[in-house]
Design a binder for this molecule. Structure first.
Ligand SMILES: Cc1cc2nc3c(=O)[nH]c(=O)nc-3n(C[C@H](O)[C@H](O)[C@H](O)COP(=O)(O)OP(=O)(O)OC[C@H]3O[C@@H](n4cnc5c(N)ncnc54)[C@H](O)[C@@H]3O)c2cc1C
Length: 521
């Protein structure tokens, strides 16, 4: 069984970290140290499901797989956004499910959904629990109860097609588990979001996730060639061929559906041969604009490395602590480039990229910054907890737009966050994913926590979200909609778009038991 994350922090309990003394001084200087102890011993509310309904669940999945103990219900309460962590630390378990149900496969999931429809029980599919947009905090009003449908027992590699280079995976596999199974065949998926250690295959599909190597391997939705979902009104299997003209692509109805249309029970993905060689390095750019232009040039020339990311001046300064370290002038922006593949592929793409970046004015910094990034690539969420321990509000948000609007989007979102969080706050940004036509911007903020840090963040996030929509950008490039983004999502897709989604929901889930209040405006 997968190691469980700490209910109030990112990662398993043994992975918790503290700020080193050297950092404590800097944090004190920037924000002022405050103690922020977490509540222990909080218990979830009374179980709303009566014994006959619990027996109904037991009849489907077996007694051992219907869990109603406080500890398990606590572990399935919400996701891992900063507001989620702050609520958990405050002992707020109001969103706890009544029971956690663990089906063994597709047929049990289908039976569970039919049963839940008949008995009006809300169902929240649970993959890795790393959601950061409120997608695991479904509404329960009007329902007999709410269960977390935990996919933790569905972890098989169902098929590998070495001729077509595809693999079919069950949804409960976490990132490392899927990679380990594929490695047994010399393969990789190449999907490495920052949440890789705990997020699941089904979650990647349900949220249209994007990994840190998206320039080389593509977004998760681009890797999916077929999937199967159990819905309350039947099983949907989509993806018959590598490409086709058979009407609208119904895969796209399930990808990003966030558990509102059905439970994804298997995913067939395109796979690649595991890279024989990897190489990461750093570049210095005089400004965020110059580095972004270089990324655009590479993308439009079809010359992207496997990994490419660019920090703005503020993020560069914080990451390196000493900005002079990246060029002696005390300013500039750090770009990370990474290459994966055979030795020949790595050498030739690296040579092509190096030529272009050098011509555009980039300064090569060698392997050290790249290796440092590679080693620390999953580390930031642990640091967030350590900062929360000391009363610093840390959170992230992300968006995407076309290249021609990048500068305005960056300026407007940064201004919205800075003015909302006030003097002394830090607003950092990097370009996290690039395409021929545009890129995504990922913001990290840090500020001294006020009396109500959740409200403090909600005001800042609303201001940033308004700025995104006003700039013609998306409300989310890869974190998905959940409950948090719904108002802005409605503005993004317009009234007809909202009607289409509601119609699909009504067809697949007429009783509305699946993730009530999530995704659909
Ligand atoms: C520290 C941190 C870093 C992150 N970094 C990234 C990143 O780099 N890139 C990125 O894309 N995202 C990132 N995320 C967001 C999150 O990891 C992704 O959205 C991820 O895809 C969620 O997967 P999960 O298995 O944890 O899903 P969960 O959190 O369990 O669920 C997410 C949503 O999908 C639904 N769902 C889950 N499984 C299924 C299924 N099988 N069928 C139907 N619906 C389902 C849930 O009901 C919920 O609405 C990050 C999150 C954190 C906390």
């Amino acid at each position: 069984m997968t190691a469980e994350m700490h209910p109030q922090r990112w990662g398993t309990p043994d992975a918790a970290t503290v700020l080193p003394d050297s950092a404590l001084g800097l944090v004190d200087l920037a924000f002022g140290l405050q103690d922020s102890p977490a509540v222990t011993g909080a218990t979830p509310p009374r179980i709303a499901l009566d014994e006959s309904l619990l027996d109904g669940l037991r009849a489907i999945v077996g007694d051992a797989h219907v869990l109603v103990d406080d500890a398990t219900r606590t572990l399935r309460t919400r996701g891992k956004s900063t507001p989620d962590l702050l609520r958990a630390r405050a002992g707020d378990l109001t969103d706890a499910p009544d029971a956690v149900v663990r089906p063994s496969g597709h047929d049990e999931v289908a039976t569970l959904l039919a049963w839940a429809t008949e008995h009006r029980v809300a169902v929240v599919p649970f993959g890795g629990g790393t959601c950061v947009t409120g997608g695991l905090a479904a509404r329960r009003d009007g329902f007999a109860g709410l269960v977390s449908l935990d996919l933790v027992r569905m972890k098989r590699l169902l098929d590998v097609d070495m001729v077509s280079m595809t693999a079919t995976l069950e949804p409960g596999l976490r990132g490392p588990e899927a990679e380990a199974l594929l490695a047994g065949h010399g393969l990789t998926l190449g999907h490495y979001p920052q949440s890789f250690e705990h997020a699941s295959i089904g979650g990647f599909a349900a949220t249209r996730s994007s990994g840190q190597s998206s320039a080389g391997y593509g977004r998760f939705d681009a890797m999916v060639v077929a999937l199967t979902a159990a819905t309350p009104t039947g099983t949907m299997t989509v993806g018959s061929s590598p490409a086709n003209a058979a009407g609208p692509d119904l895969r796209q109805l399930l990808l990003g559906s966030e558990g509102a249309f059905g439970v994804i029970t298997s995913v067939t993905v395109r796979v690649r041969r595991a890279p024989a060689e990897t190489s990461y390095e750093g570049w210095r750019w005089p400004s965020f604009a110059a580095g972004s232009d270089a990324m655009r040039t590479l993308a439009q020339a079809g010359l992207l490395p496997t990994v490419i990311r660019l920090s703005d001046e503020s993020e560069t300064a914080i990451n390196l602590a000493d900005p002079a370290a990246i060029g002696g002038s005390g300013d500039g922006c750090l770009m990370i480039t990474g290459y994966e593949g055979t030795a020949a592929q790595v050498a030739s793409r690296r040579a092509e990229v190096t030529t272009v970046l050098t011509e555009l004015g980039g300064v090569p910094l060698g392997a050290e910054p790249g290796e440092k990034w590679s080693h620390g690539r999953f580390g930031a969420p642990y640091l967030r907890d350590a900062l929360l321990d000391h009363g610093v509000l840390v959170e992230t948000l992300e968006t995407a737009t076309f290249w021609s609007r990048r500068e305005r989007l960056y300026a407007d979102v940064k201004a919205a966050l800075t003015s909302s969080l006030g003097e002394g706050s830090l607003v950092l940004c990097h370009v996290s994913h690039v395409y021929e036509t545009g890129c995504s911007l990922y913001f990290t903020v840090a500020a001294r926590q006020g009396d109500d840090p959740i409200a403090q963040w909600q005001v800042a996030k609303a201001a940033a979200s308004d700025a995104m929509i006003a700039a013609g950008a998306t409300i989310t490039h890869h974190h998905a909609v959940g409950t948090d983004h719904r108002p802005w999502f409605a503005r993004e897709i317009g009234e007809v778009g909202v009607r289409v989604l509601r119609a699909v929901k009504a067809e697949l889930d007429p009783a509305g038991i699946l993730n009530p209040g999530v995704l659909i405006p």
